[in-house]
Design a protein around this ligand. Structure first.
Ligand code: PHE
Length: 561
């Protein structure tokens, strides 16, 4: 027998893996009521990986980026040990003084801000957008074909850990923006989050693009250049559980920059010529390119130039929507053709002005598809693109894919069941054929909470999509300033259910709510609907899961009835 023990072996004995149940209850802290936004979204023909798939590397940012390894304060050897562990498993050191995880090959030490759980970290790295026959990848590919190389460089951001600086600060999010709340965002630690939107990579992508455009301009100073990028990323938001929400979804970011040069205005106007014309769709646009009161032109932009940029942005996106819906209708000829109708509405994002959302009229209702706008000049200036002007958009792929492929439940997109996966082929938008519907089994849980502003009715929040669409969080709800550390927040139940039962839960809904007339306490009753997309769940299994949920809920600031 060999008696040589490697350092790794010895360290392994000192660090134990955490069980999911341990991590959930200890990391959750309730703050304020800010619900999240519905996923945004987007998808045609042949799938080819773009020629210029460039990873977003740190090298484009000369400052030290915090999104790499955080070893700060790690006890000796712990950070290195984490790196040797499988990605996505939470590890605690021997005296339980520290915990952390390897996420996408990098060590992260947790602190009191951490609220990521095992179940969330397990979803990191699936990269559905790189499986060419998956609806998410088919949708992604069509968008890339529309915003095609070589004008556009296509980036994939595989590591979801980004600094709070890149996710919020650089983009101008105010300190009290609801998107920053721990109830809405997964914090790896106080400095890093699981990105809540693909815009977290804008800054680096603009820097890289800036260098490319500078070279073009160097070669020919009289010819103002232009160029753009797309970024595809999985994004994470703590959210409700239902058929259209999953804590991880996919976004694509797109931007186009006209670089500095004496004839920039002329160049923008000229680019309009390359956009698709006479689209077969109805477009409603009452707001126009800007509104000085509600959707202003930026200081330093001429009205004419900004109008050209907005028009170019809007026509480009209308072209995308038309192409996507045409492709879907061509691949489902048995379904009666619907005329495509879209409308532009004013929006607000901290990093664009003027800003817009594009909605599509689909099966009797208006659905928000994407957010976009003229990029704030400060963001371009910070990325070395002074004197340039740009537009940007962000699309959620799930909403679009679910609509195009008629996928009724977002969990299916994460399914590894061949009956789901074998239905799709690169470049095709055929409708999903449901293979079966297994029986649901619901269980209720009732409890008392202290009635307070921070426990604003979750019912009122349902389906809401307030102005602060960007990066999650809903500005129509209480802001983090109203936060009471020990207050109950609906997302905490969602997180417990998710961690215990994962994709075995179809939805969690508030079904009853009343305030006790004398004690003033509020009673809430939530219904957890257990149903698998892949098999029939046994009673025993559901009872076991529900008991675990109740056990973990005892750690919340509530009183179970
Ligand atoms: N990041 C925004 C969101 O998640 C979308 C967006 C991207 C808006 C780029 C404007 C420009 O909602």
């Amino acid at each position: 027998m060999r008696l040589v023990r490697t350092g790794a072996f010895l360290r392994a004995a000192r660090y134990a893996r955490l069980t999911p149940s341990y991590t959930t209850s200890s990391y959750l802290v309730s703050t304020t009521r800010c619900n999240q936004l519905s996923n945004r979204c987007a998808s045609t023909s042949t799938i080819t990986y773009p020629d210029q798939s460039v990873p977003l590397s740190d090298e484009v940012d000369p400052r030290k980026t915090e999104d790499a390894t955080d070893k700060d304060g790690a006890t000796e050897g712990f950070a290195d040990f984490l790196k040797s562990q499988p990605s996505g498993t939470i590890i605690r050191n021997a005296d339980h003084a520290q915990s952390g995880a390897n996420i996408s090959g990098k060590s992260h030490i947790f602190d009191s801000t951490t609220n990521v759980t095992d179940s969330i970290l397990k979803l990191v790295g699936r990269q559905l957008y790189h499986n060419p026959d998956h609806p998410i990848a088919i949708t992604r590919s069509l968008i890339e074909q529309t915003f095609a190389s070589p004008r556009f460089t296509h980036h994939y951001a595989s590591n979801p850990v980004v600094s709070t600086r890149d996710n919020f600060d650089v983009l101008g999010f105010p300190e009290d923006h609801p998107g920053r709340s721990r109830t809405d965002t997964y914090y790896v630690n106080s400095k890093n989050v699981l990105r809540t939107h693909s815009s977290a990579h804008q800054h680096k992508a603009f820097q890289t693009l800036g260098k490319r455009l500078a070279k073009i301009l160097e070669r020919d100073p009289n010819k103002p250049g232009g160029g753009g990028f797309t970024i595809c990323a999985d994004v994470f938001r703590r959210d409700s559980i239902d058929r259209t929400h999953f804590p991880v979804f996919h976004q694509m970011e797109g931007a186009y920059v006209w670089s500095a040069g004496p004839q920039r205005e002329h160049a923008i106007e000229k680019s309009m010529k390359y956009l698709p014309k006479d689209l077969d769709m109805e477009v409603l646009d009452e707001g126009g390119p800007m509104n000085q009161e509600t959707n202003p032109l930026q200081y330093g932009h001429s009205e004419l130039e900004a109008t050209h940029v907005v028009n170019h942005l809007k026509r480009s996106l209308e072209g995308l929507v038309s192409r996507i819906f045409e492709a879907s209708q061509d691949d489902n000829k048995d379904v009666a053709k619907q005329p495509i109708k879209v409308r532009w509405v004013e929006a607000y994002f901290p990093f664009t002005s003027p800003s817009f959302e594009l909605e599509v009229f689909w099966q009797g209702e208006w659905l928000e598809l994407l957010g976009c706008g003229v990029v704030k000049q400060s963001i371009l200036d910070n990325a070395g693109l002074e004197q340039s002007i740009a537009w940007a958009w962000g699309i959620g792929l799930e909403r679009l894919a679910m609509l195009l492929f008629r996928i009724p439940d977002i969990r299916l997109l994460w399914s590894e069941d061949e009956r789901f996966l074998s239905q799709f082929k690169a470049g095709r938008f055929n409708h999903f054929v449901p293979f079966s519907k297994y029986p649901p089994c619901h269980k209720d849980i009732s409890f008392w909470v202290q009635a307070s502003p921070a426990t604003a009715s979750p019912v009122a929040a349902e389906g809401s999509a307030g102005v602060a669409a960007a990066a999650g969080g809903d500005a129509t709800k209480a802001s983090p300033a109203d936060t009471q550390p020990a207050a109950f927040h609906e997302n905490d139940i969602m997180e417990i259910v998710r961690d215990v039962a994962g994709t075995l839960v179809e939805d969690v809904k508030l079904v009853d709510e009343f305030v006790h007339p004398t004690s003033g306490k509020k009673s809430l009753c939530y219904r957890i609907n257990y149903r698998s997309n892949e098999r029939t769940l046994t009673n025993e299994e559901v009872n076991g899961l529900h008991e675990q949920v109740i056990m973990q809920m005892k750690d919340l600031p509530i009183e179970i009835r």
